[in-house]
Design a protein around this ligand. Sequence first.
Ligand code: ADP
Ligand code: MG
Length: 157
Amino acid sequence: MGRSSSVPASRFARGSVTRTDETAGPEGTEAAGAELAARLKPGDVVLVSGELGAGKTTFVRGALRSLGVEGPVTSPTFVVGHMHDGRRGPLAHLDLYRLAGMAGEDPGLLDPFFADDTIAFVEWPEHAEDAWPAARVTARVRLAHAGGDDRRIMIDR
Ligand code: ADP
Ligand code: MG
């Protein structure tokens, strides 16, 4: 009664929505990152998956720029993560590609990136699942090559 059609049943947790976008270049992927960023609040964790070159860093760059980061946003490849000062608080950008799980690591290694006031973006989350509080994960992003410069972006929220 006066309502638009209901959200289709989802295989994800109740209340979650999957959205798929296609972009034809890095600008579109940055814009998708910015659009997600507009919905985030301090403490949120965003997991960003996809193979090398899929556009994970590009997506995070768009998100961080829209949250007020002005310097370069590059993949933190030789360190676990970078911290940035955002307009609304601290921002963390992690890349766990080189991390082979948390076994053998200082258990507190990632803690500074997941402070309560920090919005964190994690590339290669598969390499250290459970290294952050599951309840803080507010979005899972998956990027995939779709031919040439096309990319498919799936966001579960
Ligand atoms: P990842 O972090 O997943 O390894 P990057 O974002 O570092 O990937 O690199 C993606 C590369 O692909 C960049 O060189 C970017 O310019 C290029 N590219 C081309 N088309 C797209 C697109 N539609 N979205 C994102 N990146 C794209
Ligand atoms: Mg990257």
